[in-house]
Design a protein around this ligand. Sequence first.
Ligand code: HEC
Ligand code: HEC
Ligand code: HEC
Ligand code: HEC
Length: 135
Amino acid sequence: MKRLKGFWCGLIMIILLLAAGPPLGAQSEKMILDSSKGQLGKKRPPVNFPHQLHMEKGLDCKDCHHLYENGKNVLDESKLIEGNQEIRCSTCHHAKSRLNLEKAYHRQCMGCHKKPLKDQTRVPPRYCGGCHVRN
Ligand code: HEC
Ligand code: HEC
Ligand code: HEC
Ligand code: HEC
């Protein structure tokens, strides 16, 4: 009887864990951003983007991720899971959109890096070579 109880408890735990999905912030620490796989020709080395570090700086997911409706960012944060194509910048920012992928990245990354932020220990990269690092 006791063993059976343990079995059910364990099973419920597993179901709960599966239902909860990956915890927020569980994505890889660094990502390589390389839009050359899309329509843009490759002129610069790909960018090593420290995703995790940006979250440690107290930024909100919605400071970078968005889904606009009538000018409002209505993105549901539970959609921010690895492998979800809907959240990829390139899904909406492509050759035919007003802001192509290169402009979208540059405006977002540099737009913020040029603003002084509190808790900033170092100045984030603003110049080409600071993001497009040759190795
Ligand atoms: C400083 C900007 C920034 C912040 C803040 C940010 N992200 Fe991201 N995130 C990005 C960029 C850029 C990408 C790459 C998108 C692409 O490849 O199209 C990305 C990609 C992702 C991916 C996709 C990973 C994959 O390869 O499928 C997930 C999941 C994600 N972010 C979750 C989050 C969550 C959750 C938060 C908040 C806790 C967050 N992000 C905060 C910029 C940011
Ligand atoms: C679901 C579609 C969609 C996704 C995914 C998306 N964007 Fe956007 N983005 C838009 C729309 C729509 C606008 C506003 C209209 C416009 O300017 O073209 C916009 C505007 C912007 C702007 C202008 C400033 C602002 O925030 O309003 C920047 C910069 C930007 N996006 C960068 C990015 C980056 C970087 C990513 C990936 C992390 C991303 N976008 C993902 C649709 C999207
Ligand atoms: C909303 C603000 C914001 C946005 C958007 C943003 N960053 Fe940053 N970034 C920061 C801050 C803050 C730091 C850390 C400065 C410090 O060390 O205190 C930083 C640091 C960095 C660093 C330096 C990491 C190191 O180890 O020194 C790189 C590289 C970087 N960002 C790349 C990017 C790229 C690429 C994008 C666009 C995809 C981007 N960032 C978008 C705020 C932002
Ligand atoms: C804050 C980070 C950051 C800075 C600073 C930056 N870029 Fe980028 N750039 C990116 C990201 C992210 C992408 C999209 C990913 C990719 O393809 O490398 C990109 C894409 C590009 C692309 C399109 C892809 C390619 O390689 O052909 C070009 C061209 C480019 N950048 C040139 C420049 C130049 C020139 C400068 C300096 C004036 C510069 N960038 C500064 C982050 C940055």
